[in-house]
Design a binder for this molecule. Structure first.
Ligand SMILES: Nc1ncnc2c1ncn2[C@@H]1O[C@H](COP(=O)(O)OP(=O)(O)OP(=O)(O)O)[C@@H](O)[C@H]1O
Ligand SMILES: [Mg+2]
Length: 249
């Protein structure tokens, strides 16, 4: 697989700034006392229950645990796609819970999110899907040129103008990864990125993600049910009923 032609030094990712590169503990992500509940018709579900956790910059963390244990919820909270009931999440020294609109949007642009079900826009082409996260904003790069480079890097050159839904599941996941990388995120959150794929396509996706850390020191947090994938990560964080299970690696 070809690597993305991009260089963090040439085009820096917007971050909280060098003086705040990491939090007080030296970790990129510091989660403290994080609680998130969902009220449903018959019960209140505690999806994150007083969670505290540090994630080091440049590390690959597997989030594991049974279905319903809170893996997606934690990723959504770290990606600021949802806000917690209480607790804090610092990323690069900045508390990202309760950020006002513009700063929230700026933070989200530093995070690449790979959704389990790809979440591609079905009426757009492959290239438009990749470029779309940059389109509402003025950027210092050409989103279409970078989109083409990323599609080439994930092995999809020549498919730029195909409708996204015409691709196979593995190809759609590769588009989703290219889209997640458009803004050169320092942090990639991947929610069961191999969940819908056969094992050899899954292996390609894993290599693609692991390459990012090797080539760009990207921090990865990957929710997965795949024990083999979890074993290859630097660290495993296990959740149950929204709580951390002690004894992860
Ligand atoms: N928007 C929501 N509304 C109501 N309940 C929710 C919502 N999102 C998550 N939950 C509940 O929170 C709990 C944790 O869900 P979550 O999706 O985080 O689990 P998960 O570990 O990702 O599970 P899976 O492995 O099946 O993807 C579950 O009981 C789920 O039903
Ligand atoms: Mg989930």
């Amino acid at each position: 697989m070809r690597r993305p032609r991009r260089s963090r030094s040439a085009e820096p990712v917007p971050t909280a700034g060098p003086a705040q590169a990491t939090g007080g503990s030296g970790a990129l992500i510091e989660v403290r006392g994080l609680t998130k509940t969902f009220a449903t018709l018959d019960a209140t579900i505690t999806a994150a229950d007083n969670l505290s956790l540090d994630i080091a910059e440049g590390s690959i963390t597997a989030l594991v645990g049974p279905s319903g244990s809170g893996k997606s919820t934690l990723l959504h909270l770290i990606g600021a796609l949802e806000s917690p009931d209480s607790g804090t999440i610092s990323v690069a020294g900045q508390d990202i819970t309760g950020l006002p609109g513009k700063r929230l949007a700026a933070y989200r642009r530093t995070v690449g999110f790979v959704f389990q079900r790809f979440n591609l826009l079905p009426t757009l082409t492959v290239l438009d899907n990749v470029a779309v996260p940059a389109l509402p904003y003025r950027t210092d790069f050409d989103p279409y040129q970078r989109g083409r480079d990323l599609l080439a890097a994930v092995g999809l050159d020549g498919r730029e103008n195909t409708l996204a839904t015409r691709l196979s599941g593995g190809q759609q996941q590769r588009v989703a990864i290219a889209r997640a990388l458009l803004n050169q995120p320092r942090l990639v959150l991947a929610d069961e990125p191999t969940g819908n794929l056969d094992s050899s396509t899954g292996e390609e996706i894993i290599r693609l993600l692991f390459d990012l850390r090797d080539s760009h020191d990207t921090t990865l947090v990957i929710a997965t049910h795949d024990n083999e994938l979890a074993k290859r990560c630097d660290r495993t964080v296990q959740l149950r009923d929204g709580r951390l299970v002690p004894g992860g690696s």
